[in-house]
Design a protein around this ligand. Structure first.
Ligand code: SF4
Ligand code: SF4
Length: 342
């Protein structure tokens, strides 16, 4: 791993150069909402944010994604796939959100390899940005993460002094650092490294005792029929906000959008397991007919099923669902409850 230092002005120049090449996907603040999108100028990039409102999973799994266009007017179906994704530098991803992408990799790259996901992953260099503060709802450490953890990133930047300590963590990160070698320096490296260590220690101490999911995975194995889910579900509105904003949720629907007669587009759109129709079969049977089943499924997915299937936790402790649920249905409380209920 190579370490470097980059000044704030030099980082702006790197972002500007990437933006001018059409590569830069970065956090943008609009009316208090921070989302990642392709920008044409470094001026559009927000560096002053805690955690983006919508996680960067949207870059890899867009809210609405065209899978292909079809045309049956000639008497046979002609299918035209979309152009390959444009290369991207996905900048300013917080460590928990990088882990969210890692949690989704085996979903889309496993047995049923998804070319749409894989092509975007291959075409994207992830530049992560360490957190500078711990928000009240953060609990990434509970699931092995950390505010300055670079796991899964290609390049990790940590704000220290008037610049950034830069850690090159992969070949893609090395290629980016080499392309802009003139903007990085090595003087002040020791001081920058110590600055990151001090930040990591301070933020780590704030997170240390927030929530302990130890034993919850095991306990949930025997709780499928527990009355706890009924009581918990009474509160839920079924709005789906928690799932849309979760960096590891990935439910989707496939819909056809007709165009001129005989033509149209096939789209993949975000969906939510909190909605009744998500599991409604064409027969009319619904394996998750009530809120109890849907709420149980959500927490089981986060705290047990994802690990069963992929060996990874389904929660990265970003706290979005904690902050945004309109009825304060708090996964940290669920973790505590599960440990206590008999
Ligand atoms: S379940 Fe909540 S805290 Fe966990 S990753 Fe999803 S949104 Fe973040
Ligand atoms: S955000 Fe809260 S109320 Fe809405 S579906 Fe999720 S748990 Fe239920």
């Amino acid at each position: 791993m190579a370490e470097k230092v980059i000044g704030a002005a030099e980082l702006t120049r790197l972002l500007q150069a990437s933006a001018e090449k059409g590569l830069l996907v970065a956090p943008v603040a609009e009316e208090g909402i921070v989302t990642y999108r392709r920008v044409g100028s470094a001026e559009e990039v927000s560096l002053d944010f805690g955690l983006a409102t919508v996680p960067p999973k949207e870059h890899f799994l867009p809210q609405t994604e065209e899978l292909y266009r079809y045309d049956r007017t000639s008497g046979r179906a002609v299918v035209t796939p979309p152009l390959p994704p444009a290369p991207a530098v996905l900048f300013g991803v917080r460590p928990c959100d990088v882990r969210g992408v890692l949690a989704l990799d085996p979903v889309f790259e496993g047995r049923f390899g998804d070319a749409y996901w894989r092509q975007k992953r291959e075409a994207t260099t992830i530049v992560a940005l360490s957190c500078t503060q711990v928000r009240p709802e953060c609990f990434c450490a509970a699931f092995g993460g950390g505010p300055t953890d670079g796991m899964g990133a290609d390049l990790l930047l940590t704000a220290v002094g008037d610049g950034y300590y830069a850690e090159v963590l992969s070949d893609k990160g090395r290629a980016l650092a080499e392309e802009y070698a003139a903007l990085f320096r090595e003087d002040g490296l020791e001081e920058a490294r110590k600055g990151k260590e001090a930040l990591a220690a301070r933020l780590g101490a704030e997170l240390a005792s927030r929530v302990d999911p130890g034993g919850v995975y095991e306990k949930l194995g025997g709780m499928f029929s527990h009355p706890y889910w009924e009581a918990l579900a009474r509160k839920c509105l079924g709005c789906g906000i928690c799932t849309f904003l979760c960096p590891t949720c990935h439910c989707f629907d496939i819909v056809d959008e007709p165009g001129a007669p005989g033509t149209g587009k096939r789209l993949r759109c975000w969906d939510s397991c909190m909605f009744t129709e998500f599991t409604l079969h064409t027969s009319g049977h619904n394996p998750r007919p009530g809120k109890k089943e849907r709420v149980r499924n959500r927490f089981m997915h986060k705290l047990r099923y994802h690990r069963d299937r992929y060996g990874l936790d389904g929660c990265v402790g970003c706290g979005r669902c904690v902050a945004k649920c309109p009825v304060n249905l708090d996964i940290r409380r669920v973790i505590t409850d599960v440990k206590e209920v008999r």
